[in-house]
Design a protein around this ligand. Structure first.
Ligand SMILES: [Zn+2]
Length: 446
């Protein structure tokens, strides 16, 4: 009885897969990459059409994101075509509105991956977007549920098949070349001094180029905190981060790289991954705080808490910052496993200690230019601080929700002062803690 049932079931499955195979091979000379889990095979033909209210394209060097915001979840299917390279996104029961017709005009000529975009009614009930590509890509599509001011979103991310190497990009920057040269010089002289003066622990000969990963919080679909006047945290963080990078690059033995240098979404694991690939000595995440009460003010510097957050307020803040991936949108199915691995490796107490020392130096320098929210370094469970081997801090530069501090944050002079204070803190940290241990990693890098 059981056997018969099982074989009946098997033949049913075979029939349906054969049927699908026949359908697809006949219909498309293509590879079907993914049929959305949302694509219900039982959608009734009388179901109401979905309306797309807003369309956005976020171009970046890492990837291009296309977002369709709608009043209900969109059923879709994604197809990758070769010769020439194209991505086809079929939207089921979506009305062709003027908003969708605007999409082709939103692809700029300098987009790294998309040459052109076409929209058309493919057949009854299927609206087709065709992206003509400049090179081979890895597309990913997924649905985001409504959150904050956003409604239902269908996200299409176009990734290059081989991601750009952030370290190579840094080396290719003209200003960095001289720093690289001096780095190898220092490493050579370091080696020489070791052979001649055995056991000498003088750190002076170990000066080498220090790499700082600067992480401007939020971006793209994730604006971060938004003030009553409509100032976005994501723009403030990028402005301060760029100033900090310029100041660091001007130092003879330092260089900096931004985890994002534009207005686009970058997931928290991707930020960590970038710092790791840069072989960064430090990770500094820049944010601007917000609180429900407008009088909350002052700067804070955070490190990762060992277990949970030290106070209810920092727990609340950590939750808000960690929600970035929820708001900005990460395809959870293909999420980088790096973060999970990191969580297991968190026992490295040296990194924790270094993070805390760095945070103290930066906080004390910021204290010279702004009121401090708390007189000590705070701790919270920020996902972005979870690199096991890179001392990491998160700077809440000021409260964007406080009208006085918001005005300051918008001023170039204050942004410069803040960047300078962070740099001064970093320099003081390195003057007391020369980066000896990682020089081997840098010199062995190809
Ligand atoms: Zn933030």
């Amino acid at each position: 009885m059981f056997e018969r049932l099982a074989s009946q079931k098997e033949s049913l499955i075979r029939t349906s897969t054969d049927c699908l195979r026949a359908l697809f091979s006949a219909k498309f000379y293509a590879i079907l990459i993914l049929v959305a889990s949302q694509l219900s095979l039982f959608v009734s033909s009388t179901s109401a059409n979905t309306t797309v209210n807003s369309t956005r394209i976020w171009p970046a060097s890492e990837y291009t994101r296309l977002t369709l915001e709608s009043d209900a979840p969109i059923n879709y299917s994604l197809i990758l075509l070769k010769n020439p390279d194209r991505v086809v996104l079929d939207l089921i029961d979506v009305t062709l509105t003027s908003e969708i017709k605007k999409l082709p005009g939103k692809v700029s000529a300098d987009n790294l991956y998309i040459r052109a975009l076409r929209v058309g009614q493919f057949k009854l009930g299927v609206l087709r977007l065709v992206l003509d590509l400049k090179s081979e890509v890895k597309p990913q599509a997924f649905i985001l549920k409504p959150v904050g001011d956003y409604g239902h979103r269908l996200v299409l991310d176009i990734y290059p098949t081989s991601p750009p190497d952030p370290l190579m990009a840094l080396i290719n920057e003209g200003t960095i070349k001289s720093a690289q040269a001096s780095a190898s010089q220092h490493i050579q002289s370091d080696r020489k001094s070791k052979t001649t003066i055995a056991g000498n622990k003088e750190p002076s000969s170990a000066i080498r180029v220090i790499t700082v990963a600067i992480d401007p919080g939020h971006g793209g679909e994730d604006p971060g905190a938004v003030s009553k006047r409509g100032t976005y945290e994501k723009n403030i963080t990028l402005a301060i981060a760029r100033k900090l990078k310029a100041k660091i690059d001007a130092e003879p033995n330092m260089r900096a790289a931004l985890t994002r240098d534009g207005d686009y979404f970058l997931s928290l694991p991707m930020r960590l991954e970038k710092a790791r690939r840069l072989k960064a000595d430090l990770f500094v995440s820049i944010h601007a705080d917000a609180f429900v009460k407008p009088h909350a003010r002052g700067s804070s510097v955070f490190t990762l808490s060992e277990r949970g957050a030290t106070s209810a307020a920092s727990r609340w803040l950590a939750k808000k910052e960690n929600d970035a991936d929820l708001i900005g949108g990460v395809n959870l199915d293909t999420k980088d496993p790096y973060l999970n691995k990191t969580l297991l490796d968190l026992s490295l107490s040296q990194t924790r200690e270094d993070s805390h020392t760095l945070a103290r130096e930066v906080l004390s320098k910021i204290g010279e230019i702004n009121h401090l929210h708390k007189s000590h370094v705070e701790q919270a469970g920020f996902a972005v601080l979870k690199s096991p081997d890179i001392p990491s801090i998160l700077v809440e530069t000021a409260f964007i929700s406080n009208p006085n501090e918001e005005r300051k944050l918008l001023k170039k002079s204050y942004q410069n002062k803040m960047a300078q204070a962070v740099l001064d803190g970093i320099k003081r940290y390195f003057s007391k803690n020369p980066p000896l241990s990682r020089s081997k990693i840098v010199s062995s890098a190809p």
